[in-house]
Design a protein around this ligand. Structure first.
Ligand SMILES: C[S@@+](CC[C@H](N)C(=O)[O-])C[C@H]1O[C@@H](n2cnc3c(N)ncnc32)[C@H](O)[C@@H]1O
Length: 253
C-alpha cells in the first residue's frame, strides 16, 4: 500500500489549438474536435492535474473493497482508469461512464493493456441515469460542474445511496470565491497559469466565453453543503489550488 506510484499518465492527443485556429465549439461541448485534443487540453488547463489523478489512484486503492465496483463518472479518455488499472493488484471491475461516445472510443484504446487484468465496462450514458449499486469507490473529477444544479444534487444522492458502507466519493471541481475581489485575483492567477502553459490571450478569452453557462462553478461552501445534503457527513477538502478543489467523502458504515 505504501510503495511509491509510478504516476506517469498515459496522455495521447493532438496539441490543443482549438481556440486559436477554430472552428471552436461555442457553447463549449465535448464534441469530436474536443476529443481529438482533450488530453493535451486537460493537462494544460487544470492545475495539478497529474497530482490529482495520482491522488485519486492512491485513495481508490485505499478504499476499494473486493467484489465491488469502481466507477469513474465523466471518465473522458480513460486516463484515471488506465493509471489505476496498472496499480491495482487484484483484478477488479472498473466502470467508466461518459455521455460522449468519442471519448469512450479513445478510452477503449487506452485501456487495451489493463483490460487484460481487469474487467472494463465503458458506458455511454448521462451520469444521472446510472446505478451506483455495489460500488466502493466513485470518482468524479471535473464533471459534476457541467450538470444543472438540481441534477448535481440528484446525482450526488444517487451516488451516496449506491455506495456500500465505508465507500468513498472522490470529487474534483472548479470552484469560485464568494468574494468578488478574491475571485478576480484568482482568475488572473489562473489565466497566468494557462499563459505559462502556452495558451495565447485570445485562446483564453474565447474558451472562457464558450464555457459561460456551460461550466457553472459553485463556491467551496456550496459544494460542501451539497455533499452534506446528499448524505455525506464525513467530507474533507483534500487538494485546493485557487479555483480547483478535490474532496473526499465517506459513506459511514
Ligand atoms: C472535464 S471532463 C472530465 C475529465 C476526466 N475526469 C479526467 O480527469 O481526465 C468532463 C467529462 O464529463 C463528460 N460529461 C459531461 N456531462 C456528462 C454527463 N451528464 N454524464 C456523463 N458524462 C458527462 C464529458 O463528456 C467529459 O468527458
Amino acid at each position: 500500500m505504501t510503495e511509491p506510484l509510478e504516476t506517469e499518465l498515459y496522455l495521447s492527443s493532438e496539441k490543443d489549438e482549438l481556440f486559436e485556429k477554430g472552428p471552436w465549439p461555442k457553447p463549449f461541448a465535448f464534441n469530436a474536435e474536443v476529443v481529438k485534443v482533450f488530453d493535451n487540453m486537460v493537462s494544460r488547463s487544470v492545475p495539478l492535474y497529474r497530482e490529482v489523478v495520482a491522488a485519486t489512484v492512491h485513495w481508490t486503492r485505499a478504499y476499494y473493497q473486493p467484489k465491488t465496483r469502481i466507477i469513474d463518472v465523466g471518465c473522458s479518455t480513460g486516463t484515471f482508469l488506465e493509471l489505476l488499472g496498472r496499480f491495482l493488484k487484484q483484478p477488479a471491475i472498473l466502470v467508466g461512464i461518459d455521455n460522449s461516445q468519442d471519448m469512450l472510443d479513445k478510452a477503449r484504446e487506452k485501456l487495451t493493456q489493463v483490460q487484460q487484468i481487469h474487467q472494463i465496462e465503458l458506458i455511454c450514458e448521462s451520469a444521472e441515469n446510472i446505478s451506483f449499486e455495489n460500488s466502493s469507490v466513485v470518482v468524479m473529477n471535473y464533471t459534476l460542474q457541467f450538470l444543472s444544479l438540481p441534477q448535481r444534487q440528484k446525482l450526488l444522492r444517487k451516488i451516496y445511496q449506491g455506495l456500500v458502507a465505508g465507500g468513498l466519493l472522490f470529487l474534483s471541481e472548479k470552484v469560485r470565491s464568494s468574494c468578488p475581489q478574491f475571485q478576480e485575483t484568482i482568475t488572473n492567477h489562473y489565466e497566468a497559469f494557462k499563459t505559462r502553459n502556452g495558451y495565447a490571450q485570445n485562446e483564453i478569452e474565447r474558451k472562457k466565453e464558450a464555457l459561460e453557462n456551460v461550466l457553472v462553478p459553485l463556491t467551496e461552501a456550496q459544494q460542501l453543503q451539497m455533499l452534506n445534503d446528499s448524505g455525506f457527513k464525513q467530507v474533507e477538502s483534500l487538494v485546493k489550488f485557487h479555483n480547483f478543489v478535490s474532496f473526499v467523502s465517506l459513506k459511514l458504515g
